[in-house]
Design a protein around this ligand. Structure first.
Ligand SMILES: [Zn+2]
Length: 349
C-alpha cells in the first residue's frame, strides 16, 4: 500500500491570488484551444473497452484533515471518517475491491464500521456495500433508530436517498436488480438528513436531479470536508446520467452548493477540502474553476438551442472544444456531455 502525495504538495508552492488563478485559467484555456486545433478532430472510438482486471489494483490512503481519509483506487473515491465511536464511509467502491478496501480501513481504525452513506446508485460507488456493511455493526439508537430491522442491525447501516433504493431494488426497463444485501437500509426523502457521530455533525444533502436523481453530498462540519460523489470529478466532464434522472441544471446546483458551503483559507487556497467522486483531493478554487467550465458550456449549448440548432448541429459546433484537452480526453466523453446538456435543456417539464 503506497501513500500518494497530497495534492497541496503537488500544486504550486506559491499561493495564488484570484487574479492569478483567472489569468492561469485563461492561459490554460487558450493553450487548450491551440492544442485542440493542432490535434484536429479526435476520432470517436466505437469498440467497448475490455473489462477491467482489478487483481493488481491497490487501494491508496490519503489523510485529508480532521477525522477524514480518502481511499483511492477502488472505483469511485471512498471517504473514511474514523473516531472513537467507529467508522463511517461515504461510498463503498466496486465489489471486486472490497477485501482491499476493508484492509485499508482496518489499517486506519480497529473500531467497527457503523455507517455507509451512498452518494448515488452507480456500481463503482455501491458495489462494495454488501461485503463492507457485513463486516460492520450499526448503532441502533440515538438519532438513527429509524427503521433498521433486526437483520440489518448486525451490519453497518447503509444510508441513501430513496431513489437509490428504488433503482437498486426495482430498476426500470430491462435492467437487473442488484443483490438485496447491497441495498440501502436507511433511506431519506427530505432535502437533508443529519447524524452526529464521532463528535461531529454530518449532513447528508440531497441534490435533486444532478448526476442522477438520487444524489447525496456529505458535509462533515467539524472536519470541514465535503464528499461530493460524482457531481464533482476532476478527471473529466461531469457525467450526467439523463437516463436515470440526471440534469445539467441540478449538476450546476450541486456545484454551487459546494461553493456556498466551502470557505477558503488564505489567498483562496485550502480551508474546506473537497473529496470528488473521482480524481484528486481539491479545495474550493478547483470547484470554482470546474463550475465556470460547466456553466460556460451549458450557456453555449443553450445559445445554440435558442438558434434552433438540432442535437447533431450542436455537437458539430463543438461547444466544448477549448476544454477538451483537459476534460474530454476519453473518447466520446465531450459528445456525451453535450448531448446530456442538450437533452436536459430540451426536456419538457
Ligand atoms: Zn456515478
Amino acid at each position: 500500500m503506497t501513500i500518494p502525495t497530497p495534492c497541496s504538495q503537488v500544486r504550486s508552492g506559491a499561493p495564488l491570488t484570484w487574479t492569478a488563478v483567472l489569468v492561469l485559467a485563461l492561459g490554460l484555456a487558450m493553450h487548450a484551444a491551440e492544442a485542440a486545433k493542432k490535434a484536429g478532430a479526435a476520432p470517436a472510438a466505437t469498440a467497448a473497452p475490455p473489462a477491467h482486471d482489478y487483481s493488481k489494483d491497490e487501494v491508496h490512503i490519503l489523510k485529508v484533515q480532521g477525522n477524514l481519509y480518502m481511499l483511492v483506487g477502488a472505483g469511485g473515491n471512498i471517504t473514511v471518517h474514523a473516531g472513537d465511536e467507529g467508522v463511517l464511509l461515504v461510498d463503498s467502491g466496486v465489489a471486486q475491491m472490497s477485501d482491499k478496501v476493508l484492509a485499508a480501513i482496518h489499517s486506519l481504525s480497529d473500531k467497527p464500521i457503523r455507517y455507509i452513506i451512498n452518494t448515488h446508485f452507480h456500481a463503482d460507488h455501491t458495489g462494495g456495500n454488501e461485503t463492507v456493511a457485513k463486516a460492520g455493526m450499526t448503532i441502533a439508537g440515538g438519532n438513527v433508530v429509524g427503521d433498521i430491522g433486526a437483520s440489518a442491525a448486525n451490519q453497518a447501516a447503509v444510508f441513501a436517498f430513496q431513489t437509490v433504493l428504488d433503482r437498486m431494488s426495482a430498476p426500470a426497463g430491462n435492467e437487473r436488480a442488484t443483490a438485496q444485501g447491497s441495498w440501502p437500509t436507511e433511506v431519506y426523502t427530505t432535502p437533508e438528513r443529519k447524524i452526529f457521530f464521532n463528535g461531529e455533525g454530518i449532513v447528508m444533502m440531497h441534490i435533486a436531479d444532478a448526476h442522477t436523481d438520487g444524489d447525496t453530498m456529505v458535509f462533515f462540519r467539524r472536519s470541514d470536508v465535503i464528499s461530493t460523489g460524482d457531481i464533482f470529478v476532476t478527471n473529466g466532464y461531469p457525467f450526467i446520467d439523463v437516463e436515470h434522472g440526471g440534469n445539467i441544471q441540478g449538476e450546476l446546483a450541486g456545484l454551487n452548493k459546494i461553493i456556498e458551503l466551502a470557505i477558503p483559507k488564505d489567498l483562496q487556497e485550502d480551508g474546506t477540502l473537497v473529496i470528488p467522486g473521482h480524481g484528486r483531493l481539491c479545495d474550493v478554487a478547483d470547484v470554482v474553476f470546474y463550475q465556470e467550465m460547466v456553466t460556460i458550456i451549458r450557456d453555449r449549448v443553450q445559445d445554440l438551442i435558442n438558434k434552433g440548432k438540432t442535437l447533431v448541429q450542436v455537437k458539430a459546433a463543438r461547444p466544448t472544444l477549448d476544454y477538451d484537452p483537459r476534460y474530454g480526453t476519453r473518447p466520446g466523453s465531450a459528445d456525451r456531455f453535450v448531448e446530456a446538456i442538450y437533452k436536459s435543456l430540451s426536456a419538457k417539464h
